[in-house]
Design a protein around this ligand. Structure first.
Ligand SMILES: [Zn+2]
Ligand SMILES: [Zn+2]
Length: 238
């Protein structure tokens, strides 16, 4: 629980740079997208007057899965695994925060294009456009420009956002059917499968792959049909 405690303390002090550094521990680097995720989350929490301690019931809906989404996960404590993060495949810089206990929700969106003085620097733009080809020295220089731009994002006025109170009901209703995980075993490949996702044929349970269903995944920047190599059968196929 130490991690969540640190996040709450940083929010109480409104130490956005400290939060960005915590987010970078998960994300792997400091960047403007991550900074925007941190800033958006902090503003949303302030608007709702809640703190994301480990016992807080906060749901986050992100409209994109860029670096932004990692800033959101770290600050909000709403993650893929705890089912409090909803990723909507809409490609927008928008975040809805729902306080399930308080029964309130707020949507924060980026109004217009994000820019800062450093992001307008021709050198930053040049390095950004040909990042894979940069030498280690230039890469280092780009990293410090990126950190500078990220700090500028954190300091940007709240006017960069469109902030709206929204009804929480559509989000809470969508989550109503989420059950505690219960597991079954696929009769064909022998892999443990969520009962909710298993297909029952003649009283036997099969995973979606062995039942020949299409599956979808977050691949790159969107949700798309995706078929990884199949598991080998451990029993006779039906
Ligand atoms: Zn990033
Ligand atoms: Zn199977």
């Amino acid at each position: 629980m130490r991690f969540r405690k640190q996040i709450v303390e940083l929010l109480q002090r409104r130490d956005l740079w400290g939060l960005l550094n915590k987010a970078a521990e998960l994300h792997g680097h400091i960047c403007v997208g991550l900074a925007l995720g941190v800033k958006t989350s902090a503003v949303a929490l302030e608007r709702l007057g809640v703190l994301p301690a480990d016992d807080t019931d906060i749901i986050a809906v992100t409209d994109n899965n860029t670096c932004f989404a990692d800033g959101v996960q770290v600050v909000m404590g709403a993650t893929l695994g705890n089912n409090r993060l909803i990723y909507r495949d809409a490609g927008r810089f928008a975040l809805i925060l729902v306080d399930r206990r308080g029964g309130k929700a707020v949507r924060i969106s980026l109004a217009g294009r994000l820019t800062t003085p450093t992001m307008e620097n021709p050198r930053y733009r040049d390095y950004w456009s040909r990042l894979p080809q940069l030498t280690e020295e230039k890469r280092q220089e780009f990293r410090s420009l990126m950190e500078k731009a990220s700090a500028e994002v954190l300091e940007a006025p709240d006017a960069i956002f469109k902030i709206e109170e929204v009804p929480p009901d559509p989000i809470l209703d969508a989550l109503k059917s989420t059950t505690r995980p219960s597991w079954t075993v696929c009769e064909r490949c022998g892999v443990a499968t969520l009962a909710e996702r298993a297909v029952v044929v003649g009283g036997r349970h099969y995973c979606p792959d062995c039942a020949g269903l299409k599956t979808y995944a977050v691949v790159g920047r969107k949700i798309t049909e995706f078929k990884p190599p199949s598991s080998s059968p451990t029993q006779t196929a039906f």
